[in-house]
Design a protein. Structure first.
Length: 398
């Protein structure tokens, strides 16, 4: 049994937690240092010692732990985790039945009542992401639950214990039979190469599934498409399969070249007919302006925070300027797909960045469509920060 520690919630935060807020924040707790060891069970009480909730102590970039239960007598044990994961899997049953998609999320942290943890499914392989040492203390319970509830080829894991969310290098294999990587998964009929045994990122971001499909099905045909911060070129692959006249993929990481070539090739696309550039996106914007290049569609999906040798990019501070660069090289009547995964601001604030960018460039625009997280990325209304993905399809008018 983990040690149980009582933490007192400051008066002004009591109703917030009573109403279902799941993140244990340092500023909300009078005696946060009493929690001491990661993985300790914490019992949240008000200043009169009335029970509010129980959870665990685990530091990550978001806070100091997560609420797991609002039942005072409930034990945080094997059956607790088994039941939580069983409920989460049941919600995703339609995904397991799909013939054209076999890569999706089965546990989405606090959305499924298990903050600090995500689990993803890749055609019979399961990947657990641990976001703190605290949740990792429950590793055996969680792995045992997967063993009991699922048929799997293997279970892999990624440790992201660093408070900045960085990945800890380690053997990612947990149990089963080690995979021969890459494994080839399907998303809406499109093939992706996935590596569960390499770095923190496996080859595709599952949260953009609906956006990629929409680009392929409704926007790409005949268009000249620029995909910035392209990673392994997933947007470019979908655009090409949707009939794009040409795609240009730009990313600063050296690995993006070979990874993007691999994804194109898996889908029968001649990568030599596409442009793949290993280059700083901001440098590429300047290059495009200098050479008078224009695109019918520009996809902007930057990390919420990134650092290169010459600059630091923060979505909260710099997205407006990024948009202004994109507006300059987008054809009139062209589409900008503006996306951010930053939880530091909401959709309303994001739209204000869009509005400011167009005003400062003296251009008009029309918002065509909006997307947030797909259904397998379950969220709860009590934690709006969990609904981090914001995607807006913008038409640049004359």
């Amino acid at each position: 049994m983990k040690r149980e520690v009582t933490l007192k919630v400051k008066g002004k935060f009591v109703n917030k937690y009573k109403n279902g807020y799941p993140l244990i924040m340092k500023e909300a707790i009078i005696n946060i240092n009493d929690a001491s060891e990661e993985g300790n069970i914490v019992r949240l009480v008000d200043e009169m010692n009335h029970f509010i909730a129980k959870g665990y102590y685990g530091k990550q970039n978001k806070g100091y732990g997560w609420v797991l239960s609002r039942k005072e007598k409930e034990q945080i044990d094997q059956s607790f985790f088994t039941n939580k994961i069983k409920d989460a899997i049941k919600i995703r049953e339609p995904f397991f039945q799909s013939e054209d998609t076999n890569a999706f999320r089965i546990v989405n942290g606090e959305g499924d009542g298990l903050g600090g943890l995500t689990i993803e499914y890749f055609d019979g392989y399961y990947l657990i992401n641990w976001y703190s040492k605290g949740i990792y203390e429950f590793r055996d319970y969680i792995v045992n639950a997967l063993k009991e509830l699922t048929e799997f080829k293997a279970i892999y894991q990624k440790k992201r214990f660093d408070v900045s969310g960085k990945y800890i290098e380690d053997d990612d294999f947990v149990t089963g039979e080690r995979g021969a990587f890459p494994i080839i998964v399907k998303e809406n009929g499109v093939n992706f190469a996935v590596y569960l045994n390499e770095s923190a990122m496996v080859g595709v971001f599952l949260d953009q599934r609906d956006v990629r499909k929409r680009i392929r099905d409704a926007y790409a045909n005949g268009k000249n498409v620029l995909n910035t911060f392209s990673y392994t070129g997933a947007f470019s692959v979908f655009a090409a399969l949707g009939g794009a006249a040409k795609t240009t993929s730009v990313d600063l990481a050296n690995r993006s070249l070979s990874k993007t070539i691999e994804q194109f090739s898996l889908n029968g696309i001649d990568y030599e007919s596409q442009d793949i550039k290993v280059q700083d996106v901001f440098h590429y914007f300047k290059y495009a302006v200098k050479h008078q290049l224009k695109f019918d569609m520009v996809i902007l999906d930057p990390p919420s925070f990134a650092r290169s040798k010459k600059m630091v990019f923060s979505a909260e501070k710099d997205y407006k300027n990024l948009l202004m660069e994109a507006i300059a090289i987008t054809e009139d009547q062209g589409i900008i797909v503006a996306s951010t995964n930053s939880s530091a601001f909401n959709m309303s604030k994001f739209k204000s960045f869009i509005d400011q960018a167009f005003k400062e460039t003296n251009k008009s625009y029309k918002i065509i469509e909006e997307f947030s997280l797909p259904k397998d990325f379950k969220t709860i209304k009590e934690f709006p920060e969990g609904s981090y993905l914001k995607v807006v399809f913008i038409k640049k008018m004359q």
